[in-house]
Design a binder for this molecule. Structure first.
Ligand code: NAP
Length: 304
C-alpha cells in the first residue's frame, strides 16, 4: 500500500518511519509537513498538495497534533484515501464522529490508533481480568513534560490536551482491559496561570460497582510512572511501564518487547484488506467527560 505520512515531528521520526521501513506491506510514497522532510522521500508542504501531486497514494497516516488534524482528515477522506490517525484521534468527540460517518460513506478505512493498547502485556492483562470481580482500580501516569515533550507548546494550548496527552494512553489501556465501562465521577484539573490545559489531573471514576481513580502528572521529575493496578477477588494485577510489564499473583513478572507501531501498521493493513474501520472513542470520551465535570485550579505559570 502506497502511504503518505503527514506531520514529520517527534513521533513520526521515533516510531512511524522505523515501523514503515520494516513493513513490507507499505511503501512510504511521500510526506507532508511545513518544515520536516525525510531523506530520499518526496516532501510536500500540505496534505492537499501531496494528494494532488501523487494521486496513486492509497492511504495517509496523520502524525500532527490533534488540534487542526480534522481539516487534514477531511482532505484525505474527500480524496477517497484510507486514513490512520495518531492518538488522540481528534480535538473533539464530534469531529471524530463526523470523520467516521464520512469514511463509511466513502467506503474507506478509518483507524483511530491507540498505540499504548499495543504494548506487550495489555492483551494478557485483559485476558486475566476477563473473569475476575474488579474491586478497585488505580491509574498512575506521571512523566516529565520537559523530558518527553521539550518545547511542544501546542500540548498546553487549547485543544492540546495538556497532561491528558499522555493520560489518554492510560485511559486507552484501561478501557481495553477492564470488563466493564469506565465512568467519570469527578475531576480536578491544575491549569498553569499562563496556559490553557492542565499539567496535572486527579479523576475519580467507577467501573461497574468498583471505584477507580487516576492521577496524571506532567511535572514528575526522577522516577517516571506509567502504571495501572487492579484489585480483584483473585488478587492484584499490576500493569507497569506503559503496559510492557505485567505482574500477576503467584507468577513471575512478564515483560515483552516493544512492537507498538509495527502492530498498529499491521492492523491498519488488515483493516484495509477486509474493508473495515476501527474507531473507538472511549478514551477521548472519558477525557471530554473529565473536562465537563472538572473543578479547575489555577497553579504556577509553566515555562519549558
Ligand atoms: P511534534 O514533535 O510537535 O510534531 C508534530 C508535527 O506536526 C510538527 O513537527 C509539525 O511539523 C506538524 N504540525 C502541523 N500542525 C502543527 C501545529 N499546529 N503545531 C505543531 N506542529 C504542527 O509532536 P509529536 O510529539 O510528534 O506528536 C504528534 C502526535 O503524536 C500527537 O497527537 C501526540 O499525542 C502523538 N504521540 C506523540 C508521542 C511522543 O512521544 N511524542 C507518542 C505517541 C503519540 P511541520 O512544522 O513540519 O508542519
Amino acid at each position: 500500500m502506497r502511504i503518505g505520512l503527514v506531520g514529520i515531528g517527534k513521533i513520526a521520526r521515533d516510531q512511524h518511519l522505523p515501523a514503515l521501513a520494516v513493513d513490507a506491506g507499505f511503501e512510504l510514497a511521500a510526506t507532508a509537513s511545513r518544515h520536516g522532510r525525510v531523506d530520499g522521500v518526496e516532501g510536500y508542504n500540505s496534505v492537499g498538495e501531496m494528494l494532488a501531486a501523487r494521486p496513486e497514494i492509497e492511504a495517509v497516516s496523520l502524525c500532527t497534533p490533534p488540534e487542526g488534524r480534522f481539516e487534514q482528515a477531511l482532505v484525505v477522506l474527500r480524496a477517497g484515501k484510507h486514513l490512520m490517525l495518531e492518538k488522540p484521534p481528534a480535538a473533539t468527540v464530534s469531529e471524530i464522529e463526523a470523520l467516521a460517518k464520512m469514511a463509511r460513506a466513502a467506503g474507506v478505512t478509518l483507524f483511530t490508533t491507540w498505540h499504548s493498547r499495543e504494548a506487550a502485556e495489555v492483551d494478557a492483562a485483559r485476558d486475566w481480568l476477563a473473569d475476575k470481580r474488579i474491586e478497585a482500580v488505580r491509574i498512575r501516569w506521571k512523566e516529565n513534560i520537559r523530558q518527553w515533550h521539550p518545547g511542544q507548546d501546542w500540548i498546553l494550548a487549547p485543544g492540546g490536551f495538556g497532561v491528558f496527552d499522555p493520560g489518554i494512553n492510560a485511559l486507552s489501556i484501561a478501557t481495553r482491559i477492564l470488563p466493564e465501562p469506565l465512568i467519570v465521577v469527578s475531576a480536578r484539573l491544575d491549569v498553569p496561570a499562563n496556559r490553557a490545559c492542565p499539567v496535572a489531573a486527579s479523576i475519580a471514576l467507577r467501573t461497574g460497582e468498583a471505584p477507580a481513580d487516576a492521577e496524571f502528572d506532567f511535572l514528575q521529575t526522577g522516577q517516571q510512572t506509567w502504571d495501572i493496578e487492579v484489585d480483584t477477588d483473585c488478587g492484584a494485577l499490576r500493569l507497569r511501564d506503559g503496559g510492557s510489564r505485567l505482574e500477576l499473583p503467584g507468577v513471575a513478572p512478564m515483560r515483552g518487547p516493544n512492537a507498538e507501531y509495527p502492530r498498529l501498521y499491521r492492523h491498519f493493513a488488515g483493516l484495509v484488506a477486509r474493508g473495515e474501520s476501527d474507531v473507538d472513542l472511549r478514551p477521548l470520551q472519558l477525557v471530554a467527560d473529565a473536562f465537563l465535570v472538572a473543578e479547575r485550579v489555577t497553579v504556577e505559570p509553566f515555562e519549558f
